[in-house]
Write a protein that binds this ligand. Sequence first.
Ligand code: HEM
Length: 188
Amino acid sequence: MKVAPFWRKALLTTHIVTAVGWLGADVVLLALGIAGLAGADPGVVYPAAGLIVTALFAPLAVLVWVVGVLDALVSPWRLFRYRWVMVKLIVTTVMLGLVLFLLLPNLRALGELGAATTGRDRLDLVIPPAVSTSLLVAMTVLSTYKPWGRISRPAGNRASRAAGSPTPGARSGPAGTRTETAVRAPTG
Ligand code: HEM
């Protein structure tokens, strides 16, 4: 998919802004969770956390997934060409599922329990955001260091390229990417 550099940079900017926004919302949830555990008014903490999850965290999770996939498809990195991109795709997909099917219902239940929440209930707003914040920081590090190189091509593709006929749709490495020097195997 060929996209003008202006639009690719616009997409990358959107990707970075949404991803960092997601991380920010996650840290706010963690702060609320810790406040709840420390005895802050559950009538304030859990409705506020519910609002952040519904209005920010869950929509941003969907947006990061969609924009991340689009960004990968229009960039020379592609979706299944480099290990760091694939790892991000897998982790983000799992996180998105957990946010939509576990965190959202859990927080709704916590909001309804209000002052009746037990210490164990309150951990539901500490452990998941602590894990997801760590994962998002790890993915930010992956994005900037871009480790582990390229996923090797199937033998047939290697042979055809060696013979001088590039795989249909294949492009040379992530040329034009401002971070290409950070990648160990950017060619072919
Ligand atoms: C579906 C999941 C994701 C995919 C497929 C994906 C894919 C990509 C790709 C291909 C790039 C390079 C784009 C380019 O040069 O045009 C990129 C950059 C970046 N991604 Fe993601 N990403 C995903 C999720 C995330 C998440 C969850 C974070 C962090 C919370 C993140 C943070 C970043 C950052 C900071 C960059 C900029 C790196 C740089 O330009 O040096 N991404 N991502």
